[in-house]
Write a protein that binds this ligand. Structure first.
Ligand SMILES: [Fe+2]
Length: 282
């Protein structure tokens, strides 16, 4: 069972990202919403004492956020769905990096422990510390994007598992030899079928991956969402906020609600949960 870990973003982070998406500053948001600018600054600094229910409603409506999810975040009760029913085992590996936590995921056959790895944390030593005993052999590595916090451990994993190369978004610049995967391209490895989605926004070269059990096309699928979709939030749109939002909607609209989402930060969730509650998507 995955360990319960905190959400990546709290209300203040969501507010800050939503402001950036809307192209507004705090003063402009205050003028449009009628919420005092001091309260907005306080919320961005994670102080919510003065924020009333009516303020939350006004902020959500002005920023076009899902009000139910936004209020749930404010009340520290964002819904966390049960993660079950996948036709394979997923092992999330949570590693501290800077002030936060970054995730990698091993997806393996439950009986043999053989499978594939998505992202690798900032360094192999950190990955080794959290490596589950049940994961015995990795036959391919897939990278969502080339930032050090996700990619730094890749060379160590390749060496340890005797792999010559890995898969990543087309156009990535990390100085390593890799096999580029673009939109819709599918790789079959071990018992898994992995399809890439090109999802720029957090950075220019970013992939999400849909994982299915080979030969079980109707079975529940897993989305490795990298820094595109988090439980209760989205990744930062450092390359382009507009594209990130478009891509997140595209992915969440395209997949069945039962699809499990495994983000680069924070806990796992489902497409149905994020469709219903994610402040940016619902
Ligand atoms: Fe990240």
């Amino acid at each position: 069972m995955p360990v319960a870990i905190p959400l990546e973003d709290e209300l203040g982070d969501v507010l800050e990202k939503a402001l950036r998406d809307a192209g507004l500053n705090e003063e402009q948001l205050a003028a449009r919403s009628g919420v005092a600018v001091e309260k907005i600054h306080d919320a961005e600094d994670y102080r919510y004492d003065e924020l009333l229910g009516d303020d939350l409603r006004r902020l959500a409506r002005t920023l076009r956020l899902n009000e139910v999810g936004f209020r749930a975040l404010a009340g520290n009760r964002y819904p966390r769905p049960k993660i079950a029913g996948l036709p394979f085992c997923v092992h999330p590996m949570h590693m501290p990096f800077g002030v936060g936590v970054v995730n990698a995921y091993a997806v393996v056959d439950c009986a043999t422990g053989v499978g594939v790895l998505f992202d690798a944390g900032s360094e192999f030593a950190a990955l080794k510390k959290v490596w589950p005993k049940a994961v015995r052999k990795i036959e391919a590595v897939f990278l969502t994007h080339a930032e050090t916090e996700h990619a730094g451990g890749v060379p160590g994993v390749l060496k340890r598992h005797g792999l010559a190369t890995f898969y990543g978004p087309r156009g990535s610049s990390h100085g390593l030899d890799y096999w580029p995967l673009g939109e819709g391209e599918t790789v079959v490895v071990a018992d898994f079928q992995i399809t890439a989605f090109t999802t720029p926004g957090h950075c220019a070269e970013h992939n999400c991956y849909l994982v299915r059990r080979k030969g079980v096309p109707k079975g529940r699928a897993l989305l490795i969402s990298g820094d595109l979709i988090f439980a209760g939030s989205l990744g930062g749109g450092y390359f382009c906020c507009r594209q990130l939002l478009q891509q997140a909607h595209r992915i969440i609209d395209a997949l069945p609600g039962t699809t499990v989402i495994a983000p680069g930060h924070g806990p796992m969730t489902t497409v149905a949960n994020e469709r219903k509650y994610n402040p940016f998507l619902g």
